[in-house]
Design a protein around this ligand. Structure first.
Ligand SMILES: Nc1ncnc2c1ncn2[C@@H]1O[C@H](COP(=O)(O)OP(=O)(O)OP(=O)(O)O)[C@@H](O)[C@H]1O
Ligand SMILES: [Mg+2]
Length: 249
């Protein structure tokens, strides 16, 4: 089990809902997601799991989800790399509070080496990060290139899990193009936000290109654990008070 928890410096409003800052319920939800994903995927012939996270439209919580999922995977002792492939509107670097550096786009354009762009042990040991890099004029082309397939293959040799942060399917073709290098896609659906027809469109696109949809993540739901948390907190408080009374008498 990884033990080094790092202090998060973030300039994004997701500060309180990332990694070790997450509530008990939040962390449990991502741990459950991790367990489910590990059960319903298996190591491929590259000896890793390569999973793309996408959604139908922007703002459904893909990036937040993928960071917390990566954190949970690293916490379970597996080596995970988060590859930022939303090359048009990258947000992970800011969410993680990491300075700008060269990244996927620069590597694919042949400008920088993989080693130079990889950030090791972000937030927690075992969680490495490859940021998007400079915004290129041709993201789809880069993600469909042989170099991208080689990059993911190489990472799959070195990690237990490769997580790919993708843009929404309904807005650009990048996610579908990049999905060819993954074992499957997981679609984030946000409570009170995702439109059924947008999701339907995204799923039809996946079917059209033969992209495998592993499952869905229901984000931002109203927690059914709230009652449990309240009950537990109350119980603990009463127990503690009783114990201190006994000590005084
Ligand atoms: N479960 C949640 N609880 C609270 N805030 C959330 C939740 N999920 C997402 N958000 C917030 O919603 C905003 C959008 O989330 P995020 O950036 O993860 O979405 P995205 O799907 O990656 O968006 P984009 O398509 O623009 O990349 C962020 O400010 C994030 O902090
Ligand atoms: Mg995003």
């Amino acid at each position: 089990m990884a033990d080094k928890k790092k202090v998060l410096k973030s300039t994004d409003d997701s500060n309180d809902i990332i990694g070790s800052k997450l509530s008990f319920e939040g962390r449990e939800a991502y741990n459950l997601l991790r367990t489910n994903l590990m059960f319903c995927t298996k190591r491929n012939d590259r000896n890793a799991r390569v999973i793309g996270i996408t959604s139908s439209v922007h703002g459904e919580g893909k990036s937040l989800t993928i960071i917390n999922l990566a954190y949970s995977i690293a916490e379970s002792g597996r080596k995970v790399i988060l590859v930022e492939c939303d090359l048009r509107l990258p947000t992970l670097r800011k969410k993680l509070g990491i300075p700008k550096a060269t990244g996927v786009s620069n590597f694919l354009a042949g400008v920088s080496s993989e080693k130079a762009t990889l950030q090791k042990d972000v937030l927690i040991d075992g969680f490495d990060f490859l940021q998007a890099g400079d915004i290129p004029p041709n993201p789809s082309e880069l993600l469909g290139s042989k170099q991208f397939a080689t990059l993911i293959d190489n990472l799959a040799q070195a990690y237990d899990v490769v997580l790919i942060d993708l843009p929404p399917i309904g807005e650009v073709s990048d996610a579908l193009v990049a999905s060819r290098c993954s074992d499957g896609l997981v679609l984030v659906v946000r409570n009170n936000y995702t439109n059924a027809s947008d999701l339907d469109y995204a799923l039809r696109q996946c079917k059209l290109v033969g992209a495998k949809v592993i499952g869905f993540i229901y984000n931002d739901s109203e927690s059914k654990l709230n009652k449990y948390k309240y009950g537990y907190g109350k119980k603990y408080k009463y127990g503690y008070a009783d114990a201190s009374r006994k000590r005084k008498s």
